[in-house]
Design a protein around this ligand. Structure first.
Ligand code: NAD
Length: 262
């Protein structure tokens, strides 16, 4: 039904969390998947995925990764720009209680490098292949924070807002080559490597609840009454990567159970 069998996909940050579930869903639908991640050893895996060690913040590393993927599987049909980091750092020093949450320049540059430069470098390299064959899909993993803003996550939100800008602009630039560009903005989900204890602590503080109170708070603020599952994100990405969504481009879809305020 999805008409996606034997397509070749690169999933950045596919070694854990949301990226791993996206990879699993694509694999289940017959896609040949390349996981490009900092934390993998390059080589074929028992499930048929091909891992390539790559740092998306480094242009040379991205160039080599894309070349390697094409050498291995022959082409690229789908790029999922999923690798991302979040270091919640409050803009304000709230009366010196948690000085470690002050914003610092190193954190700022790190988030911009991974979340903003990374997707750009990957899209540049993948688009070279897609433009030549006049087909392809690029899916950018954004965040509800990038759509709505989020207290304590201003830099992260800004990098994801930038990703939404990429989605709109690349769709305009690449449409004539039959390349679609779509964004997916998850809200509150099952825990991943990104939602560390420090992340939860900062979020609880900004929401005025205890860390333990976050779950109760979440069910109050999400109209569907529960966090999303990673499978649900994987399935949406697979649909958007398939021919079934052939007229969807230039937009970012919330997958947040109806929640729309960060
Ligand atoms: P995660 O930490 O579990 O996984 C991120 C993966 O990216 C890891 O495997 C990591 O090794 C890889 N990675 C990090 N930096 C990299 C780099 N420089 N080069 C290559 N790979 C790198 O995080 P996650 O929660 O699965 O997040 C995936 C995406 O979803 C991110 O873009 C994140 O911003 C977005 N997101 C997550 C949530 C959430 O609740 N977890 C919500 C909204 C959006």
């Amino acid at each position: 039904w999805l008409a996606i069998e034997n397509k070749v996909a690169i999933i950045t940050g596919g070694a854990s969390g949301i990226g791993a579930k996206i990879t699993e869903s694509l694999l289940q639908n017959g896609v040949k998947a390349v996981v490009a991640d900092l934390n993998v050893t390059t080589g074929e895996q028992p499930d048929g995925t091909y891992h390539i060690q790559c740092n998306v913040t480094n242009k040379e590393s991205v160039e080599q990764m894309v070349k390697h993927a094409v050498d291995h599987f022959g082409t690229i049909d789908i790029l999922v720009n999923n690798a991302g980091v979040n270091l919640p750092r409050l803009l304000i020093d709230f009366v010196g209680k948690k000085p470690e949450y002050e914003l610092n320049e190193k954190d700022f540059d790190f988030m911009v490098a991974v979340n903003q430069k990374g997707p750009f470098f990957c899209a540049q390299e993948a688009a070279r292949v897609m433009v030549e064959k006049k087909s392809g899909v690029i899916i950018n993993i954004s965040s509800e924070a990038g759509m709505e803003g989020s207290a304590g996550q201003s830099v992260y939100s800004a990098t994801k807002g930038a990703v939404n800008g990429f989605t709109r602009s690349w769709a305009k630039e690449l449409g004539k080559f039959n390349i679609r560009v779509v964004g997916v903005a998850p809200g509150i989900n099952e825990q991943t490597g990104l939602t560390t204890p420090a992340y939860n602590e900062a979020l609880a503080y900004t929401r005025g609840v205890t860390v333990e109170g976050l779950n109760t708070d979440y069910t109050k603020v999400i109209p569907l009454g529960r966090p999303g599952t990673l499978e649900e994100i994987g399935e949406l990405v697979t649909y958007l990567a398939s021919e079934r969504s052939s007229y969807v481009t230039g937009t970012t879809l919330n997958i947040s159970g109806g929640k729309s305020r960060g």
